[in-house]
Design a protein around this ligand. Structure first.
Ligand SMILES: C[S@@+](CC[C@H](N)C(=O)[O-])C[C@H]1O[C@@H](n2cnc3c(N)ncnc32)[C@H](O)[C@@H]1O
Length: 233
């Protein structure tokens, strides 16, 4: 199978997951809007418009409406999969600030200037645990002193093994009756191959060691999806 066919099949399954709200993206969207709008309202009036970076931006199906109404200074969407970037550009449409699209690995992401808003949704759990710790240290070097990092992802319960997490998530996917059987199997295959959710307690400790203050801003109803807001200590 061509790579693009594979991508299209995977992406159309992900879109089905989104449209049936199986990972609670609607609540994530609301929590993200609340956190960003609250942070923007609290900024000094003389502060320059916020620079935002979205790591693992995907096709922006989740974030585009919010990005269209935020008073940003610039936005950068970075993703490892080049094919999603034109989709993201199309979903975002026209906005009154410069937008940059970058194909790249979030683990190697760097910024020439401090970033005010860092955002990443459902991408960092693809990194190994040592890579997540490396990422947290690197991201801390690039965030403005009054900036914030919104990290939406799946997480394991404290002390839960990856195997135990996968077993309960796979059981959940088998109950996603809105998806066809082959789509459920695709999701399960992806989980088995790619998902390494952080242990909630361990990652808070790693984040503190990297110079971040951690706040759980939203918790989904399945002990997996959650949103953390990190600020520099
Ligand atoms: C599940 S999708 C989430 C997309 C979007 N953030 C959302 O919430 O709908 C994960 C995205 O992260 C990207 N991704 C995975 N690993 C990455 C990495 N190491 N660096 C950059 N992007 C990555 C994938 O290509 C994919 O577009």
């Amino acid at each position: 199978m061509r790579n693009l066919d594979f991508f299209e099949r995977q992406w159309s399954t992900y879109r089905a997951v989104l449209s049936h709200d199986l990972m609670e993206h609607r609540a994530v969207e609301e929590a993200t809007a609340t956190a960003l709008e609250h942070w923007l309202m609290g900024r000094r009036p003389e502060a320059s418009p916020a620079r935002m970076v979205d790591l693992g931006c995907g096709d922006l199906a989740l974030l585009a409406p919010l990005l269209r109404r935020l008073p940003l200074g610039s936005d950068t969407g970075l993703d490892l999969t080049a094919a999603v970037l034109p989709l993201a550009e199309q979903n975002l449409g026209s906005v009154p600030y410069p937008v940059h699209w970058q194909e790249g690995d979030l683990l190697r992401w760097k910024s020439a200037e401090p970033v005010d808003i860092l955002h990443s949704a459902f991408a960092i759990h693809h990194l190994s645990d040592p890579e997540k710790a490396t990422f947290l240290r690197a991201a801390r070097q690039h965030i403005a002193s009054d900036g914030l990092f919104i990290w939406v992802d799946v997480f394991r319960e404290p002390g839960e093994t990856r195997e135990a997490y996968l077993a309960r998530y796979i059981a959940r996917v088998r109950g996603w009756s809105a998806l066809r059987g082959d789509q459920q199997e695709q999701v399960i295959e992806h989980l088995r191959q790619c998902d390494i959710p952080a242990d909630r307690a361990a990652i808070e400790t790693e984040a503190a060691a990297a110079g971040w203050h951690w706040h759980w801003a939203w918790q989904g109803s399945h002990r997996a999806e959650a949103m953390a807001v990190l600020t520099p200590t």
